[in-house]
Design a protein around this ligand. Structure first.
Ligand code: BGC
Length: 417
């Protein structure tokens, strides 16, 4: 066998000075799907914050809204017994991971910083498991928004639509004006994001009974057929190249005036801001017509995994940083979301952000705050994926509205097992 010999000088050098290696305890490896321009800008706020405290950031980006691809990548790491320090995750996915016994315990930081008092109960239901804090909520997004080009709206009469009929009228005018009325990317999670709003626009009770309670009568009834009819109508305003397009490219169509509007969660605002656009001047944000006063929310949380003692210090630092009120303001101003704490002032937020904060508080006290189906806060992944499948097949014209409502009932029943 060949032997490796070191010179005496090399051996002496090894003992004389420690190797210039990064200390494991001072680094965090973070899995996330924030890969668009606006998302990366927001992530940078968190990264710089930690780096300023001497914590090295190891980036593990896995693109894809809704986090499906990220969860698949995570599974491989957990199976290999080597989970990242922190993972961006949503709602029921967090509960699923917690049930597998692989997540850490943030109790030490959460107790010290009083998270129980400032993080809303709707988020605590997912950020805690068996009474223990396992994830740090970074924001609250909501899916029932429409982002409209101000120029395109002015050319279509200037009045933001408040009802379904007004929405259709504006879309028709945009079409007559020669632009793509609806900027959209044909990916299952994006179709589902519009579906959240369309279902909610037919009533908060209907959203709750169908998307949250999964009541077969609501999933397969006349109102659901109407919801699918509305989806088909919206599809008629999408351009021919929509299939597979990333959501931020659909935002870019609105930013560039090629499309009139996009129906998307408020992460879209991050793209408009990154492009230097201003709410009220360049773009208009409205709640999806018919959903005013109600909110379908999702909250990005950093779920912390069980790591060795050498990595815990940096992990706890990251958790503490995320809930810092000043960070909650500076991060969410860039991301397009609103703070996950109820005690963060809205002063630094633009008009859409201020509206987002107010809408969330009102929907919460008024019993009109619901978890987003499309973004993992209404039902576990198996059911969510079953709903995605039907919504997308219908959107792509493979089945009609009646068949889709029927298929929803069957798909959900099969997914629930
Ligand atoms: C996340 C957002 C993200 C969006 C698009 C959503 O599921 O909650 O933070 O910006 O996906 O990637």
């Amino acid at each position: 066998m060949r032997k490796f010999l070191m010179s005496t000088a090399a051996v002496a050098a090894l003992f004389a000075a420690p190797m210039p290696m990064a200390h494991a305890e001072d680094s965090v490896e973070v899995l996330h799907w924030w890969t668009s321009g606006g998302e990366a800008a927001a992530l940078d706020v968190l990264k710089k914050n930690l780096e300023g405290q001497g914590v090295t950031w190891k980036d593990m980006p896995v693109a894809g809204g809704g986090g499906e691809a990220a969860m698949t990548a995570l599974r491989a790491r957990v199976t290999a017994g080597d989970p990242p320090t922190a993972v961006q995750a949503l709602g029921f996915d967090i509960t699923d991971w917690a049930n597998q016994g692989v997540v850490g315990d943030l109790g030490e930081v959460a107790d010290k910083e009083g998270w129980d008092k400032v993080i809303p109960a709707a988020l605590q239901g997912f950020a805690k498991h068996d009474g223990k804090w396992i994830a740090a909520p970074v924001n609250v997004h909501s899916t029932n928004w429409v982002w409209i080009s101000k120029k395109a709206l002015d050319a279509a009469g200037g009045k933001a639509p408040e009802t379904w009929d007004e929405l259709v009228a504006v879309l028709d005018k945009m079409q007559a004006n020669g632009i793509t009325p609806l900027g959209h990317g044909g990916q299952a999670w994006q179709d589902a994001t519009i579906f959240d709003s369309v279902v909610l626009s037919l009533g908060t009770d209907f959203y709750k009974s169908s998307m949250i309670d999964l009541d077969p009568a609501a999933l397969g009834g006349d109102k659901m057929v109407e919801a699918f009819d509305r989806m088909a109508k919206l599809k008629s305003y999408v351009d021919k190249d929509f299939s597979g397009r990333d959501w931020n490219l659909a935002s870019a169509m609105v930013i560039e005036g090629k499309a009139g509007m996009q129906m998307m969660g408020d992460w879209a605002k991050g793209e408009f801001l990154k492009a230097g656009q201003k709410p009220g001047t360049d773009f208009v944000c409205i709640r999806f017509p018919g959903t005013q006063g109600a909110v379908t929310f999702n909250s990005d949380m950093f779920m912390m995994f069980k790591v060795g003692d050498d990595k815990k210090k940096a992990q706890m630092q990251m958790a503490a940083d995320i809930e810092d009120p000043a960070f909650q303001s500076s991060f969410n101003v860039v991301k397009g979301s609103v703070p996950a704490r109820t005690d963060v002032p809205d002063t630094a937020f633009d008009d859409c952000g201020k509206k987002g904060i107010k809408d969330l508080a009102e929907a919460s006290t008024g019993g009109k705050l619901f978890g987003s189906m499309a973004h993992g806060y209404a039902a576990p992944a198996a059911v969510k994926n079953a709903l995605y499948d039907v919504v997308t097949r219908h959107f792509n014209g493979e089945i009609d509205s009646k068949a889709a409502a029927k298929a929803l009932v069957e798909a959900v029943a099969a997914a629930k097992g």
